[in-house]
Design a protein around this ligand. Structure first.
Ligand code: FES
Length: 679
């Protein structure tokens, strides 16, 4: 083959895409070596031995006039023994080459697919969501270690470290690699069992946390979200970021108290009770780890890293810290920075050297779960003034942009989850989740979880006969109240209008008040409306308080996080006044953003540094001691609000006329006074 002009100019010329990095190399240089020396991001576990298949690249064939390269198959070596063996055993997709075993013969354009990059991105479905970039904290390195020699005595660990540095140049292996004691304890056996070939797991390039005989392809990490009601775990392969298994359980602490404060009371009433609460939550994590490991057909010992998030009380109990101080003012956290611990210290049965990282809590009421939501949604990286609400039994609220971030928690209570509602239930088959009401006839139609049809469509009764209609869940109660308001059944002050009884027999007299009969099984009572009013007023007041502190009258984006947020229709949330007015196309739900944030912290070393930095500058607002909170609360009792105009919402929905603020707030103040007397 005649050398190309560029070859004649001194070696072969290579352009890597998509990075565009390029350089000239002597004929015979392995493609992987050329790539690494240019800083092109290509993965490897086996160190170029043709075993792992992580280094795959694709030759771009054709004449690239831009680079003056005629890139042809003959400009690379034929598949070598390594590559043929890999192809035979594992299969190599057509067009793919192992860059470690392929050498340069002429000028080429080489494409590095996403799957071969160390710092690849996991694309998230929502367009505006940030992709999860992988910057591994733990990385596997296959090494061949020199055998001990009587004439040149040295310790096995010294020779292991030498091999790491020699065989993995340009991979950020530190000069002073250290290790955990269990590594030393098992090192000699591993080296000999692997006939001096082992796979090493390096943490942040400087600490050996695992050594396995022979070649090992994968290590795993677990992202755990400890909610006060449920706990969930996602098992991720640490190099690819792929979620290979997920599982969830009810938080077993529920038997010590349904909500957070009752669990703190349990600890206060039962000295030492925190030990039991800690034990059961750790047991559940071990159980979840076992579940996901089984599903992925690995063992718990294959899990080398764990990240957990939770509200401050869950966070402290996970660490074995008595949460009593979090039960009352000034709500002092024991620690407000991130925690880095050994899994063993927490009684977690994972790899013997597994680490645990807990995201930082923000304040006594705003936990590591909110920090994870911030990490996931990155309001601190935006110009737009963004309001994030994570609705649970407490609503965590974050407001801000790249210049300033504020956070608070507001006591919404469990009404949004269907508790305190006469026919309320958790979201489960049989629960009404969607409601529409004809504004003329006041006849409802609804959808039930587990059934595709609406209640007035053919096949509905055939579908729901198994479960029946069992109640109404959080999203259903928001929709029915908003629709009742839009249809004129519910007045702006939250009263079910008895006058509407003249228009439909579904409005029934219940003694002193009226109810709306949604179905034979489900009625909406005046108390139900009040419970939601109280919850939504607390949520709005918290958001409004942060807006005051920020000095803004409007927000540009609203993000609803959490399971509840992912099921509610944002339009109805705004009609009821759960959230401030905003363009509807700038309001969206993100589901379990805390879980996403936990995965980001698991997969990306920079994400940990980022959230630690951001949390330090979040300004905490304590709603309980803010005098304006009660004022905002009273105004927010009205539907959607006593004074706020909701111009954006009004463009999309025809809102009923509202009485004067004085008329509306008179009733709400009365409600506020009654509420204070009750408490
Ligand atoms: S680096 Fe492992 S197969 Fe090429």
């Amino acid at each position: 083959m005649a050398p190309s002009s560029t070859e004649a100019a001194g070696g072969t010329f290579v352009v890597f895409t998509p990075s565009g990095k390029r350089g000239r190399f002597p004929v015979g240089t392995p493609v992987l070596q050329a790539a690494r020396s240019l800083g092109v991001d290509i993965d490897s576990v086996c160190g170029g031995r043709g075993i792992c298949g992580r280094c795959q690249v694709e030759l771009s064939v054709g004449n690239f006039s831009k680079f003056q390269i005629d890139s042809q198959a003959g400009n690379l070596t034929e598949p070598a023994r390594n590559e043929l063996r890999y192809t035979e055993k594992r299969g190599l997709a057509s067009g793919r080459r192992l860059s470690c075993s392929t050498k340069l013969l002429g000028d080429v354009v080489i494409d590095v697919p996403e799957s071969s990059q160390v710092h690849r991105q996991i694309v998230r479905k929502r367009a505006e969501a940030r992709a999860i970039e992988i910057k591994p904290i733990h990385k596997l390195h296959y090494v061949e270690v020199r055998e001990p020699d009587m004439h040149d005595p040295s310790g096995d660990f010294r020779r292991l470290c030498e091999s790491l540095r020699e065989q993995w140049p340009n991979w950020g292996v530190a000069d002073d690699v250290s290790c955990d004691l269990p590594v030393l304890v098992s090192l000699q056996k591993a080296l000999r069992a692997g006939e001096w070939k082992v796979t090493v797991c390096l943490r942040e390039g400087r600490r050996v946390v695992g050594v396995w005989p022979g070649f090992r392809q994968n290590i795993y990490g677990l992202a755990v979200d400890i909610g006060s009601t449920t706990m969930s775990a996602h098992l991720c392969e640490l190099a690819t970021g792929e979620v290979v298994a997920s599982s969830g359980v009810m938080n077993p602490q529920i038997r010590f108290g349904e909500d957070l404060m009752s669990r703190v009371s349990y600890v206060m009433m039962n000295p030492g009770g925190e030990v039991e609460l800690t034990r059961v939550v750790r047991e559940s994590i071990n159980y979840l780890a076992g579940q996901v490991a089984d599903e992925a057909e690995i063992t718990r010992e294959d899990i080398i890293d764990l990240v957990f998030v939770g509200n401050p009380i869950m966070h402290h109990l996970m660490l074995g810290i008595d949460p009593t101080e979090l039960g009352g003012a000034p709500f002092a956290l024991t620690i407000d920075t991130a925690v880095n611990l050994r899994a063993e210290e927490l009684g977690l049965s994972l790899h013997p050297n597994a680490r645990v990282y807990g995201l930082p809590c923000i304040a006594g009421h705003v936990g590591a779960d909110t920090a994870a939501v911030i990490l996931s949604e990155a309001p601190h990286a935006q110009d737009a003034m963004t309001l994030i609400v994570d609705v649970g039994t407490n609503a965590e609220i974050v407001l801000g942009n790249r210049h300033r971030l504020l956070a608070a928690s507001s006591p919404t209570g469990p009404a949004f989850e269907g508790a305190q509602i006469s026919s309320g239930q958790r979201a489960a088959p049989g629960a009404i989740e969607r409601v529409r009401i004809d504004p003329v006839t006041l006849e409802p139609r609804f959808r039930v979880i587990g059934c595709e049809q609406w209640s007035d469509e053919d096949g509905f009764h055939d579908e729901v006969w198994r479960t029946g209609v069992t109640g109404i869940c959080g999203s259903g109660i928001i929709e029915v109240l908003a629709e009742m308001y839009l249809a004129g059944i519910l007045k702006a002050d939250g009263t079910i209008d008895g006058a509407a009884a003249a228009r439909s027999s579904r409005i029934e007299n219940d003694g002193r008040t009226f109810v709306y009969r949604l179905s034979p099984e489900v009625v909406i009572t005046q108390n139900d409306v009040r419970a939601i009013q109280l919850a939504k007023a607390a949520l709005y007041a918290g958001a409004r308080l942060l807006m005051d502190k920020m000095g803004v009258e409007t927000v540009e984006r609203v993000i609803l996080a959490g399971a509840f947020g992912s099921h509610i229709d944002v339009k109805y949330a705004m009609v009821l006044g759960l959230i401030p007015d905003c363009r509807l196309d700038k309001v969206w739900s993100v589901g379990n953003a805390a879980g996403t944030g936990a995965r980001m912290a698991l997969l990306n070393a920079d994400a940990r540094r980022e959230i630690e930095r951001v949390v330090r500058r979040v300004e905490k607002v304590e709603t309980a001691v803010e005098p304006r909170f009660q004022e905002h609360f009273v105004e927010a009792m009205a539907i959607p609000h006593a004074t706020a105009q909701y111009p954006n919402l009004s463009r999309e929905v025809t809102l009923p006329e509202r009485p004067s603020p004085e008329a509306l707030m008179g009733g709400a103040k009365g409600e506020g006074r009654r509420r204070r007397r009750r408490t």
